[in-house]
Design a protein around this ligand. Structure first.
Ligand code: ACO
Length: 379
């Protein structure tokens, strides 16, 4: 990406795509492209993934500190009490065609939840935290129900004796998943939860900066995440795998894709140019799942495409690359992958909404006009 373009020295410099432009402070996470590291509130994300649950990480991102035993117990009790799918949201989903993209279903459902919340306009920190908690607890039921209805299956009610991730998988598949699967899923939720001023989070902050409400910010963020240059890439990775089929076809497929100037989904990153900090942890989780579900063929394909992209373009995988095959072998529909990203990232988005409001400034950049000069209307 060309960061700065200017055709005329008298013109202001344009920072295309805002690449390399710091626009505000954040205390929520630190993405360091030079050291390939990611900190949530000061803790390395790989340490959190190894030693904490997604519930603890959500608490950390919102509150700034990890919970003690009592705080975690209270947090879990609250989350478990809010898991049921709202009956109006369910009715609205039932009205949508099963061909609707799950991201569109999710965006619509969040809008409905917002329109039904009498405190939607209350922007106090307590009210916003409460809304964030409700979305965090309810999005899994929406994602799960949407996948099930596409297969003609009935809704599965949540269970309050299961962790966030175990219950999520239970609501999608109707069985209690093996611990290893729950753990890999939980790791993916932790890794997806937050990533500073990425496109969807920035969208949420722009919307919040106008003093709009949290639901509007999350709805807009879902729209931004849907695109294949951002969250939509985890879904696109699986389409790539399905198209290539086997490792021995990678080279010919890449010849063609690169000759046609196609972007290879799941590779490259705006900030990490030497590798995405989250990939080693997600790759380990993926490998455990490919062994668990006996899919050595997918690992071969994964390794071959990564090696060939590295050799030809020196471009490394991002988090979506190992996340796609992981969700696939777990049994998620490909179109459900990006909604899984939403279920996790809603924590980061809402943390940013609350942070934006603590020191708000309307986000309103400038543009440089390059259209027709001023002219008269024809008579
Ligand atoms: N495949 C092929 N070429 C690529 C890729 C890719 N995935 N990524 C970057 N490049 C090339 C570009 O073509 C460009 O080459 P050029 O200078 O010869 O034109 C160069 O690398 C720089 O790429 P830009 O697109 O300008 O870099 P930018 O920082 O804007 O892009 C982005 C980052 C959008 C993520 C890009 O790498 C991409 O499109 N990747 C595929 C989509 C993807 O996986 N998105 C997920 C992002 S991570 C996340 O959301 C969890």
């Amino acid at each position: 990406m060309t960061n700065v373009t200017t055709e005329d020295a008298a013109q202001p410099v344009i920072y295309k795509g805002l690449a390399g432009v710091p626009v505000d402070y954040t205390a929520i996470s630190k993405v360091n492209g030079d050291t390939n590291s990611l900190l949530y509130r000061g803790f390395a994300v790989q340490d959190l993934a190894a030693r904490c649950s997604f519930e603890e990480v959500a608490y950390l991102l919102w509150q700034g500190e990890l919970p003690d035993e009592r705080q975690l117990a209270e947090f879990e009790t609250r989350e478990r009490s809010l898991r049921h799918l709202d009956h109006v949201v369910r009715r609205v989903i039932d009205e949508l065609p099963t061909t609707a993209h799950p991201m569109d279903v999710l965006r619509t459902a969040v809008s409905v939840i917002g329109a039904r919340d009498p405190s939607a306009a209350d922007a106090s920190p307590e009210a916003n935290l409460d809304k964030a908690m409700r979305l965090y607890a309810q999005l899994p039921a929406i994602v799960a129900y949407d996948q099930r209805r596409r297969h003609g299956l009935e809704l599965v009610e949540p269970r309050d004796d299961l962790s966030y991730s175990a219950n999520f998988l239970f609501m999608v598949f109707g069985d209690v998943a093996d611990l290893e699967v729950v753990s890999a899923f939980d790791v993916s939720m932790i890794l997806y939860a937050e990533h500073s001023f990425n496109a969807s989070t920035f969208t949420a902050r722009v919307i919040t900066s106008t003093l709009s409400d949290l639901y509007s910010a999350v709805t807009g963020a879902i729209g931004a995440l849907k695109g294949p240059l951002h969250g939509g890439a985890n879904e696109a990775v699986m389409h790539t795998f399905e198209e290539i089929k086997t490792a021995d076809r990678v080279s010919a497929w890449l010849d063609d894709a690169l000759a046609n100037k196609h972007k290879i989904m799941g590779f490259g990153h705006r900030v990490y140019k030497n590798g995405d900090s989250r990939v080693p942890t997600m790759r380990a989780a993926m490998e455990s799942m490919l062994v668990h579900f006996d899919r050595p063929d997918l690992l071969e394909l994964y390794v071959e495409l990564e090696a060939d992209m590295g050799a030809r373009k020196n471009i490394k995988p991002n988090l979506d690359y190992p996340a796609g095959p992981t969700y696939h072998v777990m049994g998620f529909d490909t179109a459900t992958f990006t909604p899984l990203f939403v279920a996790s990232r809603v924590v980061g988005w809402t943390a940013h909404v609350m942070e934006q409001l603590t020191a708000n400034a309307l986000i309103r950049p400038l543009s440089v006009y390059n259209g027709a000069p001023q002219r008269e209307l024809p008579l």
